[in-house]
Design a protein around this ligand. Sequence first.
Ligand SMILES: Nc1nc2c(ncn2[C@@H]2O[C@H](COP(=O)(O)OP(=O)(O)OP(=O)(O)O)[C@@H](O)[C@H]2O)c(=O)[nH]1
Length: 289
Amino acid sequence: MTIQWYPGHMAKAKRQFQEKLKLVDVVFELVDARIPYSSRNPDLVEMIGNKPRITILMKSDLADMKRVNDWLKFYESQGIYAISINAKQGQGIKEVIKLAKVVLKELFEKREAKGLKSRAIRAVCVGIPNVGKSTLINRFARKNIAQTGNRPGVTKSQQWIKYGKELELLDTPGILWPKFEDQEVGKRLAVTGAIKDTLLHLDDIALFGMSYLVNNYPGVLADRYKFEKRLETEMPLPELLMEITRLRGFKDDYERGAQVLIHELRDGKLGRFTFETPDDINEESDFNE
Ligand SMILES: Nc1nc2c(ncn2[C@@H]2O[C@H](COP(=O)(O)OP(=O)(O)OP(=O)(O)O)[C@@H](O)[C@H]2O)c(=O)[nH]1
């Protein structure tokens, strides 16, 4: 599902998320490991205030692990708890819980010192559309289908998913909008499939993806579409896209060529890529503000 965001939508989404926030100890902020900067909502930090946050880099099976590790180091340098997982295959779920326990250790020790009954950690997922919120929630749910049901003071529609005795997760996530701060961010969101193709021309997305690959992952396009590697730099990219279209057997159907290239890129058929590095954005943003 991709939502077109309007001010009314944004205000409502914010309100709904703030209601959920009241119920939890920790927020799982989901971002796409291929675009950890562009897929975050910069308003989140202000929205959650002092509440602890863990940033989860989703879809790491599609991302460039070297760059993902650079991102994890970057988060650490900023004092942000972060972890990369592959929710589709269920990898990293236990590590998320382990990290949540570390993050909340002090808070839970204080509760104990006050003589409060021990209980599971309560969490909520939040992220932009398509980032993998439902996939992650389902991963937690499969472990223990039994839901805790409604609890006094909890809105009827809010259900908790229990993961053993350790974690309770709200079964509905917070949904926040992506911010199209600039063209570049918009293109990164489009190339990974976070926003509707109709918002940008297909060939613009394809050409952006191709240019990124040629500059950062040379040889990948040539290997996939079986042309001479030197063409990646010698041929203007629109012509190269035309060539790829022909090589794929679509004659001069440039749109179809662009579409297939984008889909193959998104699905990981060309390899694993990350479209931004901490160095690209270091000066643009503070992740803690
Ligand atoms: N390769 C890969 N794909 C994933 C992963 N997690 C989710 N996906 C895919 O990403 C797409 C979106 O996942 P969802 O879980 O529906 O995302 P969502 O954030 O709940 O989306 P909305 O309902 O639009 O807000 C689906 O096609 C998933 O299969 C992952 O770890 N790896």
